[in-house]
Design a protein around this ligand. Structure first.
Ligand code: FAD
Ligand code: DLZ
Ligand code: SF4
Length: 507
């Protein structure tokens, strides 16, 4: 007789998960399901699906070794009915549990689904909080309550105090909370680039890859080569590899971009953190140890820890505070469809081609590529933020709505009107040229503002500011640029409009 039926989702691969901690291997049963409804909720990258399925299968083995009975339903099981609801219903009919137990999911859509289960299944459903984050949704709502502005920097300081990370008593180590001013170096192509840890492929991953190749042929992205870790042990090896090889330069080159170098000094661990193979606090503690041992400078350690206990926690807080309406925010009323080249990489713009083709190969791009290349271009071109959101959710191995949506809607598209970002992250070609070597070999001239050979980002940038001057001119950080545009000669303004219109028409 089964007491609790515990459903564990593909991004809940942590033995310390609340639903497992509340259970008893003697009396409860774990259910894990590969289902078409999740794998095709958006056209997920093939590598992302293979990563999730293989990690799920390995986690089932890990749970069994801890004494759990795990019912694991593979995608090609003939009995598989294809969705969380239908699979839980099938298991409940068979096992007749007293209740279903789940940990809070990472998407509003799935939380809504769980809400309907007591009526649909006719048994109680306990949804437990997800405590794999430093800040609970209730604590974040308390922090946000009554604040005019929800700035990440102040939230981050609270998390530093709460965790004691990089603190000397009640003061930040080094006397400052934030060392970003030291973190904006462009990289040189002749630097030594450490590559991320490449995990070996085992028989389970081989099976999953064959399944994905057969069933998701039309989905975006390359399945091979596949080198993601799919076990906790290998994800920890990937973290250790990053800390010793890349972390020392993480801060210096955090915003840099180079042709043919997708990873630079980034950690490439977000997909492990987000599916539960790595624990965020343990990752930050490992980084602090490296700093305190003298192996890593403070600007690198602080910059890295801020991304995890600051940005990662903050965007999750915003997601649960503002959903469900946040997904439909569209401050600039942008409606343009996503350009086809986001799916193919076929464009003459080197920066976009690099960011998109590496996304296709690796299901990865680093933050500045997402923000200042693909995100920036979409905003300047007036792309519908919802279409762009579905693209980001599909193409990155680390993408789940709680983290992807606020980064897209709030940070990259300013579609929430400034809740998350203090100004739109809009930039012309000059920024891209400063932070990368993309422009050197590009068919377009980054120095030209208008005309058929001019960098398309340039006219689009000024055109974007002009189009939205009513909404942006009072913004202290970007209003100045609008006044610069207004000082251009009328015929230069007209040339900008014509160039921008030509680029947009060609999309
Ligand atoms: P590093 O640069 O090495 O940073 C270390 C860690 O910090 C990351 O692993 C990640 O866990 C955390 N982190 C850094 N920046 C952020 C951020 N802005 N928000 C949340 N966590 C952050 N991140 C995701 O995990 N999933 C997404 O779906 C996602 N979508 C994004 C969409 C857009 C438009 C933008 C601008 C950013 C998005 N990010 C997302 C944030 C960031 O780009 C990725 O976390 C990062 O590129 C992952 O690579 P990395 O592990 O090498 O990170
Ligand atoms: C992303 C994903 C995919 C592609 N497939 C599955 C799956 O078959 N089974 C599963 O349990 N989880 C999958 N996931 C992750 C879920 O979509 C994720 O757990 C929810 O969106 C909640 O965050
Ligand atoms: Fe991108 Fe413009 Fe530079 Fe070409 S010139 S790489 S389009 S910023």
């Amino acid at each position: 007789m089964t007491r609790n039926l515990i459903l564990v989702l593909g991004d809940q691969l942590s033995p310390a998960l609340t639903s497992l901690q509340a259970g008893d291997p003697e009396r409860d049963r774990v259910l894990m399901v590969e289902v078409m409804a999740e794998a095709s909720s958006v056209p997920h990258h093939k590598k992302k699906i293979a990563f999730i399925f293989s990690s799920m299968r390995h986690f089932a083995v890990e749970l069994r070794s801890l004494g759990w009975t795990v019912d694991y339903v593979t995608l090609d099981d003939p009995a598989n009915r294809g969705s969380f609801t239908s699979e839980v219903a099938r298991a409940a009919a068979l096992l007749k549990p007293e209740q279903v137990v789940v940990t809070q999911p990472g998407e509003w859509r799935v939380a809504e689904m769980f809400g309907g289960w007591p009526d649909q299944l006719g048994i109680p459903v306990a949804v437990l909080p997800d405590d794999r984050f430093l800040c609970s949704t209730v604590e974040f709502a308390g922090w946000a309550d009554g604040r005019k502005q929800l700035r990440m920097e102040y939230f981050y300081r609270e998390m530093r105090r709460k965790t004691g990370l990089l603190m000397d008593g009640d003061q930040p180590v080094g006397g400052k909370w934030n060392f970003d001013a030291e973190n904006r170096k462009p990289a040189m192509a002749n630097l030594f680039m450490p590559q991320p840890y490449a995990a070996p492929i085992d028989a389970t991953t081989c099976d999953v890859m064959a399944l994905v190749a057969a069933r998701f042929e039309t989905h975006f992205g390359d399945l091979e080569p596949f080198s993601f870790a799919v076990t906790r042990h290998d994800a920890e090896a990937a973290l250790a590899h990053f800390v010793s090889h890349a972390l020392p330069h993480f801060g210096d080159y955090q915003d840099a971009m180079l042709v043919g170098e997708p990873f630079l000094y980034h950690a490439v661990i977000s997909h492990y953190l987000n599916c539960g193979l790595l624990d965020p606090l343990a990752v930050c503690r490992a980084v602090e140890v490296a700093y305190r041992s003298g192996a890593v400078p403070l600007n690198a350690a602080e910059g890295f820890i801020r991304q995890i206990i600051g940005w990662r926690e903050y965007v999750r807080g915003i997601y649960w505070l503002k959903m469900p309406n946040y997904a439909d925010e569209n401050y600039f009323n942008h409606t343009r469809p996503l350009p086809e080249f986001y799916w193919t990489g076929k464009t003459d713009m080197t920066c976009l081609r690099e960011a998109i083709t590496q996304t296709k190969s690796h299901a990865y791009a680093h933050h500045i590529q997402r923000l200042m290349i693909t995100g920036n271009f979409a905003m300047l071109a007036g792309v519908d933020p919802h279409a762009l959101h579905e693209w980001y959710l599909s193409v990155y191995a680390d993408a789940y709505e709680w983290v992807e949506l606020p980064n897209t809607i709030g940070m990259s598209q300013f579609a929430d009107g400034g809740l998350l970002a203090s100004k739109p992250y809009a930039a012309s070609g000059a920024y891209i040229n400063r932070m990368s070597n993309y422009c050197r070999g590009c068919r377009y001239d980054v120095k030209q503002r208008t005309g058929p050979n001019a960098c398309p980002f340039n006219a689009l940038y000024w055109d974007f500011l002009a189009r939205h001057r009513d909404k942006l001119s009072s913004n202290p950080r970007i209003g100045q640029m609008i006044r610069t545009f207004e000082k251009f000669e009328a015929d230069e303004q007209a040339r900008i409009m014509t160039s921008a219109a030509a680029t947009l028409a060609a999309l």
